[in-house]
Ligand binder design. Sequence first.
Ligand code: AMP
Ligand code: ZN
Length: 111
Amino acid sequence: MSDCIFCKLANHEIPTNIVFEDDLVAAFEDANPQAPVHVLVVPKAHYENIIDDVPAETLGAMANAVKEVARIKGLDEGFRVITNKGEAAGQTVMHLHWHVLGGKTLGEGLV
Ligand code: AMP
Ligand code: ZN
């Protein structure tokens, strides 16, 4: 997707603060953090959302990236992973991403 900001960030076409990456995924700092740690885990290939026929290998790489982000950021006390699918859920960037939030005590509710 030539026009997609997360494609460009995940593939080094636009510089950003990369926390972790491998062949399939990149994790970088959210530009508008909602917690002391707010990292986005993003596949390097373009998928619109979590149900856009994402290969199991890519989903596994994303889960491994969450683990690496938690280790690198020292989120020993806990963290939250969120993905929004669709505008009604609050998705604003139409490239699959998982929010990894932590570094403080998070609210008890999910919404
Ligand atoms: P969502 O609302 O789930 O689609 O989340 C989109 C997230 O992307 C928001 O938390 C934004 O702060 C973040 N974001 C948007 N543009 C950028 C950017 N250029 N670099 C890093 N994060 C971004
Ligand atoms: Zn994209």
